[in-house]
Design a protein around this ligand. Structure first.
Ligand code: DXP
Ligand SMILES: NCC(=O)COP(=O)(O)O
Length: 237
C-alpha cells in the first residue's frame, strides 16, 4: 500500500497572504485526515514564507496519521524536529532562497554530515528519509548513511511524463530497484499530480508513500478538498 501524505504548505501560503488565520492550517490538516489522507507533510522554510515553526508545534497536537516534517537540517530545524518528534523527518538540501526544492542530496559528498544527523534522529525514534535524485550511486550513498528511507525527487519524472513516460520513469525504476537491494524504504514526491501519479505508483516496486502538495491544493480549488483527496487515493490503488 502506498500512503498519501498531503503537503499543506500551500494552505499556509494562502493564510499568510492576509496575515490573519484564514484558512486555518490546523483545521485543514484535520480535514485532510478526515477526507482520507494517511499523512500530513510540512516543509517549514527558514523565512517561514508558508508553514511557520509555530504551526509545526500546533500540528503535532492534532495530527493522528503520520506526521512528516521536511527540511534542510540546520540547527533551528533540528531543534524543531527534536521538540516535536514527528514519525518521519525528510532531509532536503535546499538553499534558504530556493523557490522550491530543486535537487536531492549528494549522499557521497555529505556522507559524514548525513550519518550524524540521521543517527541523532534515529536515537529519538524518528524515522529518517533523505531526498535524492534518481541516481543509483546516490541511493547507494543513502544506504551508507544508514537512513530508513529515501524520497525520490520526482520533478524530472513529472516534467518528462507527457513527452515520454517510459523514458521519464526509467531512472526512477533503477533507483527503486537499488533501494530494494539495500532494504531502503521508498517514498517519492515533487510535482506529482492526477495525471502522472498512477503510472509512478504502478511502476515503482514497494512505494511506501507519496507526499503531494502544490497540484493537490490547486485541484482542490476546482474540485473541493474531499473530492480531490479521494481522487488522489484512487490513483494509489
Ligand atoms: C521536498 C519537496 O519536494 C517538497 O517539500 C516541496 O519542495 C514543497 O515545498 P514548497 O511547498 O516550499 O515548494
Ligand atoms: N515531498 C514533496 C512534497 O511534499 C510536495 O511537493 P509538491 O507536490 O508541492 O511539489
Amino acid at each position: 500500500m502506498t500512503k498519501l501524505s498531503v503537503n499543506i504548505n500551500k494552505i499556509a501560503t494562502l493564510r499568510n497572504a492576509r496575515g490573519g488565520d484564514r484558512p486555518n492550517v490546523v483545521q485543514a490538516a484535520k480535514d485532510c485526515e478526515r477526507f482520507g489522507a494517511q499523512g500530513i507533510t510540512v516543509h517549514p522554510r527558514p523565512d517561514e514564507r508558508h508553514i511557520r515553526y509555530r504551526d509545526v508545534y500546533d500540528l503535532k497536537e492534532i495530527v493522528t496519521t503520520e506526521f512528516n516534517i521536511e527540511g534542510n537540517p540546520t540547527p533551528d530545524f533540528l531543534k524543531l524536529v527534536k521538540d516535536v518528534r514527528p514519525e518521519q523527518v525528510t532531509l532536503v538540501p535546499d538553499a534558504p532562497d530556493a523557490i522550491t526544492s530543486n535537487a536531492g542530496w549528494d549522499t557521497i559528498k555529505h556522507k559524514d554530515f548525513l550519518t550524524n544527523v540521521i543517527g541523532e534522529l534515529r536515537e529519538l525514534g524518528i524515522r529518517a528519509s533523505i531526498f535524492v535524485d534518481p541516481v543509483e550511486e546516490m541511493v547507494e550513498g543513502a544506504a551508507a548513511v544508514n537512513t530508513d528511507r529515501i524520497e525520490l525527487y520526482t520533478e524530472a519524472y513529472a516534467s518528462g511524463y507527457h513527452k515520454n513516460r517510459e523514458e521519464a520513469i526509467a531512472p526512477y525504476l533503477q533507483a527503486a530497484l537499488k533501494a530494494q537491494e539495500y532494504n531502503l524504504g521508498l517514498n517519492a514526491g515533487h510535482d506529482l499530480d492526477l495525471d502522472n501519479l498512477k503510472y509512478l505508483h504502478d511502476t515503482l516496486p514497494n512505494l511506501k508513500e507519496v507526499s503531494i502538495g502544490h497540484a493537490l491544493i490547486c485541484d482542490a480549488l476546482y474540485l473541493g478538498l474531499e473530492n480531490t483527496i479521494q481522487l488522489y487515493l484512487r490513483q494509489l490503488k
